[in-house]
Design a protein around this ligand. Sequence first.
Ligand code: IVH
Length: 699
Amino acid sequence: MRPIINPLGIRGHGRIHRTMTTEERILELRQQLHQHNYNYYILNQPTVSDQEFDAMMRELQELEVQHPELADPNSPTQRVGSDLAGEFETVMHQRPMLSLANTYNKEEVRAFYERVREGLSGEPFEICCELKFDGLSISLHYEDGHLVRAVTRGNGVQGDDVTANVRTIRSIPLQLHSVTVPSGSPEGTWPRQFEIRGEILMPWTSFEALNREREAREEPLFANPRNAASGTLKSKQASVVAERKLDAYLYYLLGDELPAEGHYENMMAARGWGFKVSDAMRKVQTLEEVFAFIDRWDVERRNLPVATDGIVLKVNSLRQQRALGMTAKSPRWAIAYKFQAEQQSTVLREVTFQVGRTGVVTPVANMDPVQLSGTVVRRATLHNADFMAALDLHVGDHVLVEKGGEIIPKIVAVDSAFITPERGPQVQFIQTCPECGTPLVRDEEEAAWRCPNDTGCPPQIKGRIEHFVSRRAMNIDTLGPETIDDLYARGLIHNVADLYDLTVDQLSGFNDTRIKSARKTIQAIADSRQVPFERVLFALGIRFVGETVAKTLARSFHDIDTLSRATLEQMLAINTIGQAIAESVIRWFADMDNIFLIERLRSHGLQFALSEEVLSAQSDRLAGKTIVISGVFQHHSRDEYKAMIEQHGGKNTGSISAKTSFILAGDNMGPAKLEKAQKLGVTIMNEEEFLSLLADNNE
Ligand code: IVH
């Protein structure tokens, strides 16, 4: 059945009609907000002001809070994202997500065209020409016009269920055609069930703004919009995703009942249902037209709001696509033509060396400024000693600089056209740390040279303090990198224990305007004494001890003294602790400086043991059990169940296998999972059964 289109402006918004029930008002607001989203994010033609939009959104939010029974995951309010952190569930793709074969020149495109002609025994065919968007591919599933699932490409066979995050992306419709599309868009109803694939992208403007913010906070920059989009989509907090304006273009419709026999026609229909389909898409008949499309977009792509890295060519007829079929990796009916990365020649003046927070030294080329893909480039990374040596660089060389998918330009070669017999001196990798003078050591694992002076080298010291105060560690987030830099320069902090001796006067430097923020920071430092042991352990910045490892170590050894005495064997006996982690922990505790540091922190009252509460809640009731969580729960959140499993010694994993001990199943467990569980004979336990299993133990 076709939903009733409710065009805007027929009913007013902002007031509750006398005859309207709350439920009707909620439905009306949702419908109107979906329409406004569409107008704004797909058509780029808003019809109401931001204030009006916000007022409607607030009204809807309030009504939804008052009426939780009317909640709907596809409500426009869900676009703001919740803070519920959750591991992503791994799910099988209904149809594998293949990739495309790449070509790099027109001859290869011609060869593709000829292969298709032969494959179709000379039958006429059409080609759909599209932009190749450089983002992350996503598979969206719709049922009865509602978005039900969004899955990343993963390995092509299975991916991560990122539905909650994807719901925050404004240009992805949560429900179809409850919006009014512009006249002229093809009409028609969507199949009851279908999949649509496309690319999630971070527009250049959002990417640049995000990196500017990160630079100000001295956080590592994203190399390109694709990485930024990927990092964002994998964020555990949907609210972070909502903040970082992502966009999406759709380019592939799949299902058993599609509206048309042609790919292009299907995409136009999808556009009519409210999806964002690129205006650049064209259907052509000849190879000459294909080349014209390539030439046009190789230039015009520079003006697009999002990154593209080529052109995709697809045989338009679905029947012909089926006739051509697939190879193991990619379809025979489509191909990607990749744009050449832009290159320029310039002169190498000097190579400088940067020391990172972990002591790794990175060589950086400093060059005469050169214009490249819209920006002026002066510096390029040389990655590491091996990369640099392979280039055989001499000061004064003309070098070819390229900006491919990466934002940080790289030197690809010495420009041989300019090599003269009397070249400048060959560039050598340094042997001592440029920051502290310590002889560098080779870290074979990372193919890097590293400054071993971790307790005396300024960028390393500051980096460790920054890590210690970060939100997920001690959460003293009022202490930014600039302040740390300043305190270090003034000789007030040299290690993390010094933070606990700071005074308001020292922090403010007796500057009245800074007193308020200094007080706040001192309070945050004091509060950090309550941070639980496992986070303190993470905050110490022991190599390879991330959040999860810290948690495991804390749960296994209970306090820092026991941990500091743990042997290699004891650590390796823990399921998820490997050789590298165990050795790193032992090495850390063997260093007397670290022992002194812990003693000082302990005297300041930091938590170096699991709390009684956590300890008493702990058991080994689920020891050795591997448990899969699936579905929606009534009594606790998915995260709480995960924590419970860990607390009782069990292991939570994402996918069902013969090793799965049982499945903790809520409502709406996926049919594929159910089938697999039954096939493998894995026990399915409901919430109540699971809770009573743990309760038994506590008695
Ligand atoms: S069609 C079987 N169309 O390129 C065909 N892909 O290597 C499936 N991509 O993983 C893909 N723009 O992430 C298609 N207009 C477009 C595309 C596109 C970008 C990406 C996609 C895919 C990769 C192929």
